[in-house]
Design a protein around this ligand. Sequence first.
Ligand SMILES: [Zn+2]
Length: 201
Amino acid sequence: MDVSSNAVQLEDSRILPLTEYQAVTAPDSQTPTTDQLECDIERAADQIGEMDRQVALHEAGHAVAAYEFEWEIGQVSIDADGESDGTARMKSAAATSDLGHAVQVLLAGIAAQCIDAGCAIDLSRRGGEQDMRQIAERFAKDGTSPDDRAVTLRDQGHAVEQLLQRNWTKVQALMTKLLAKRTLSGPETVAILKAPAVPRQ
Ligand SMILES: [Zn+2]
């Protein structure tokens, strides 16, 4: 990342003889000022904060939809697990639950992000790849025809959008708690969803 390489370069430049220092800086003569560096660091922190917020929104979406369908929630986390940026583990299986509910729970992550961004659900949204793969597996298992797949995605996408909008206070409360604690157990998640505190804006 730019910030760290700039920082290293600044530190190094202090111990270089003047001539070498000029050689290093001459090509663009744009040694960052302390103000610029602070600005870069702030921007990097903002980006990391926004990435965390997107993951928290996504996982909160899954958890709220699962909770509404009375699925048992295992754990919700905004820490990456190697395959995905965050996780919402359920004790109910998306492979065997009611098809409509399963598709809604799986779409709920990207749906929460899209509602937050004020745009229509985008099934190709980054971060939803694994969810779409699970939906495809479920369709394959059920032998759902291509036409039925399209109808199911459209109808269940619409339904989960409404479900999350009705429960937006829960999504926000869970997102806020996830950002503070990063990982929540099933019982901790349920406690928040039962009595969601209205987060301060
Ligand atoms: Zn997801």
